[in-house]
Design a protein around this ligand. Structure first.
Ligand code: HEM
Length: 444
């Protein structure tokens, strides 16, 4: 690619150390911005990458000049498209626009709140499964249990299917897929044999998921779930003729995009509450006062502001989607620097959420920051759900689910991280605790 002679390029390390980037991407990004400033340019393999770390720059790429930036051939796209096909997450242009309109009604706040009882029943079910551990003081794998819970919730809410009925195989297949695509950038020295085993498991799991998803679609086409008003019903009622392959891609996309992220945000929330007992106490007081011992419903959400603030603050410190990438179609100018056509542009919610110029005590857990109206923050500073036209379609669903599940759990238990268990972030496809979360559910 020829670069104009008067092109003004941002500073950066030139060729970057791919090993350092892969082994610890959060550190790499933090050091790059600490050294070069909020606009950094570097080369990695054949790619030129711009890292933009100011809210107005994020807004320009994701919203104001979104037409110049595509998801096509970004790392996420390359990794996810073979599995998800051409669903909402991985499509582009008019095709994406049509799909977004078709899916939108099922994600409206009023519609999502109808699934409140699916969410609280799932949380109740989890508490029942934890009963023996509660009685004996044994640890549970909180991250695994929450992943199973959020998977069940999204599938039942959106497609009216009972994953438990399909059998454990579905959860296991999703695990195998997550474990393979989760490591799409193998760390330096990763065991090749291990990668091979995961790849083989992934291929088997992807084929299994394909079959199950097609079975869910066929059952509905054959008249099952009559009277349901969910996403699948909306897709099938669409005046456009939606093919089985398109339905398959959409169902799998929503199932995959709609569970791992919410599970991680709940996992980080419970971890942070264990580290901040005073906040945990205030939270339980709020829940007790609002519910008086009964289960929450969506109608209680306005009475649970602290639950929401705690979740929002956990999403700030540990945004499950820690990096968003786009590819520049044509030239652009950002912050006075030229973006060359074809370059990759990275925006990191993780960095923006801890940017010292915008947040007081950026690394501290202070849920009360979110008591103020979001209008007081610069647009695109806090963006766990992205921004612009491709903002997460499931954001209300995620917040309603996380709030109801959190309120249901803290009514009865507090999670005590096993002493000595190391919790540190690992930036794979989602930002997760490297070793998971092992904690003892203590009765309150
Ligand atoms: C805490 C939970 C969640 C987080 C942090 C999250 C985050 C995000 C982010 C950052 C994006 C934008 C990616 C980009 O611009 O490249 C996105 C897109 C998307 N999310 Fe979520 N998400 C969550 C929950 C959900 C749920 C519950 C669903 C569905 C039930 C969902 C479905 C989707 C879909 C389909 C897209 C693509 C939208 C489009 O391109 O039009 N997400 N999500």
């Amino acid at each position: 690619m020829s670069v104009r002679t008067d092109t003004v390029l941002p500073p950066g390390p030139g060729d970057c150390d791919l090993r350092a980037m892969r082994n610890d991407p959060l550190r790499f990004l933090s050091e790059a911005t600490a050294t070069y400033g909020d606009i950094v340019r570097y080369e990695a393999g054949d790619e030129t990458i711009y890292l933009l770390n100011r809210p107005e720059l994020a807004r320009q790429v994701l919203k104001d000049n979104a037409a110049n930036y595509t998801k096509d051939r970004t790392p996420d796209h390359i990794m996810l498209r073979p599995l998800l096909g051409n669903g909402l997450l991985t499509s582009e242009g008019d095709d994406w626009d049509r799909q977004r309109h078709m899916c939108a009604p099922a994600f409206r706040r009023s519609q999502v709140e109808k699934f409140g009882s699916v969410m609280t029943s799932a949380a109740q079910g989890l508490l029942e499964r934890w009963r023996p551990a509660i009685a004996s003081g044994s640890p549970v794998r909180v991250d695994h249990d929450l992943t199973a819970l959020t998977l069940m919730v999204v599938i039942e809410s959106m497609f009216g299917a009972d994953v438990a009925g399909i059998g454990e195989g579905f959860g296991r297949a999703v695990d195998a897929v997550n474990s393979f695509i989760g490591h799409y950038l193998p760390a330096d020295g990763a065991d090749q044999a291990d990668t091979g085993v995961r790849r083989a498991r992934y291929a088997r799991a992807a084929a299994f998921l394909d079959q199950v998803v097609r079975a869910i679609v066929m059952a509905r086409r054959a008249g099952g779930g009559a009277g349901r008003m969910d996403l699948l019903a909306g897709l099938l009622a669409s005046p456009a003729d939606v093919s089985d392959t398109e339905l398959r891609d959409q169902v799998l996309t929503i199932a995959m995009a709609g569970h791992e992220t919410t599970a991680k945000s709940l996992t980080w929330t419970l971890y942070l509450l264990d580290r901040h007992p005073r906040v945990a106490e205030q939270l339980t007081s709020e829940v007790d006062a609002a519910l008086g011992g009964r289960l929450p419903t969506a109608a209680d959400l306005p009475r649970l502001p602290m639950c929401r603030q705690v979740i929002e603050e956990a999403l700030r410190l540990y945004p499950p989607v820690w990096q968003i990438s786009r590819r520049a179609i044509g030239a652009d100018t950002v912050g006075g620097f030229d973006v060359t056509p074809g370059a990759l542009v990275g925006i990191s919610p993780y960095l923006l959420h801890r940017h010292p110029a915008y947040w007081a005590e950026p690394d501290a857990f202070r849920p009360e920051r979110f008591a103020a109206s979001s209008a007081e923050r610069p647009s695109h500073l806090y963006m766990p759900f992205g921004g612009g036209p491709r903002i997460c379609i499931g954001q209300h669903f995620a917040i309603v689910e996380a709030t109801l599940v959190l309120a249901t759990l803290v009514r009865e238990v507090r999670l005590e991280v096993v002493p000595g268990f190391v919790v540190e972030p690992e930036a794979l496809v989602t930002l997760r605790p490297r070793n998971g979360l092992l904690a003892i559910p203590r009765p309150r």
